[in-house]
Design a protein around this ligand. Sequence first.
Ligand SMILES: Nc1ncnc2c1ncn2[C@@H]1O[C@H](COP(=O)(O)OP(=O)(O)OP(=O)(O)O)[C@@H](O)[C@H]1O
Ligand SMILES: [Mg+2]
Length: 378
Amino acid sequence: MDGRVQPRFGLDSAIVGSTDEAVVGTADGIVLTWNRGAELIFGYAAGEIVGRHVRMLAPPDRQREVEELVERLRCGEHIEGFQTVRRRKDGRLIDVSMTLSPIFDEKGKVIGAATVAHDISEHKRSDEEISRLNTELRRRVAELTALAEELEAFSYSVSHDLRAPLSRIIGFAEILQSRASKLDAQERHFVEVIARSAHQMADLIRDLLDFSRARRGEARVGRVDLDSVVAAARRDLEPESAGRRVTWRVARLPMVRGDAAMLHLVFLNLLSNALKFTRGRKEAVIEVGCARGCEGPGSEAVLFVKDNGAGFDMGKAARLFQPFHRLHSSSEFEGTGVGLATVRRVLARHGGRIWADSRPGRGATFYFSLPRAGEVLH
Ligand SMILES: Nc1ncnc2c1ncn2[C@@H]1O[C@H](COP(=O)(O)OP(=O)(O)OP(=O)(O)O)[C@@H](O)[C@H]1O
Ligand SMILES: [Mg+2]
């Protein structure tokens, strides 16, 4: 089809008469036929417009456009989906989409034109509304992001600046503790509480700084050997497992693409949790392995850390990965509740996810995905 309308197709057929679209037949811009759809869209009855020039349908600033269209049709050009503005009889401006086709006689000479037009005002209004809402949404997201960054920078600098006075408190408390013989029992108790609380605060600050760095710090991306990362995290945690019976079942893990220091934080937190929440077990069993995607080609590996510890109720786990959200009381298991939030941030930066499976008293398994070496870090 080259878009040519053959003259044997009459413009006043039953279909043309019943359609909601305007179907208008013209010759040199003069209206010859005008269907019911055209009456509905433009508000003119056939008797009011047949014999007159189509420019009467265009607002003053579009008169030239009409002349140009008439000229293009005269040259035999087919014009598809032309969007413009037209004026109804009642003066209201409407958005229309038109397809204009020249009509040829048997010798190929242009003898007129057929225009099919429909009202797209409603459509345009919805498009404009959607684009307005999108702009608004983008503005709000940018505003929120800026706000979150500001808050993050604030908490980072506060945490950072708290370290100096805190180490003075810890230092002086230790001096006092070293002179314990000169203190009475109550004074010794006070100093001990000061030292313990200051250490707790130092842990919290360290966790908060890690949490902050997990998003803000620059990622140094490369191939990371997870076997060494797990081994290093286990070494760091030796003091926590000292004197306990801990069985480790650590499988070979794949090479992944990421930041080694950040991935160290992931295993440090997950393994530290596994050690902490198995504290009540005669024998802790901690497994590190690959659930899927580690063998053969593939873009993503799903790894897991599993323990046989206290576990938790999955019904209460919805906010498990949010900062400061804890499912166990501090009297039972100490902690600040920032570890898993940091882990999630690090994994998100690597394009990965984390989720958990657990039952109270039946241990917990944390699964997480990471891009295999060769994939790109965002
Ligand atoms: N292996 C696990 N077994 C049972 N519960 C767990 C386990 N890991 C995490 N949880 C639950 O999720 C909570 C949040 O864990 P997260 O590591 O963020 O905080 P935390 O260990 O309490 O403190 P920290 O900031 O020192 O890591 C924990 O308080 C605990 O209730
Ligand atoms: Mg933890």
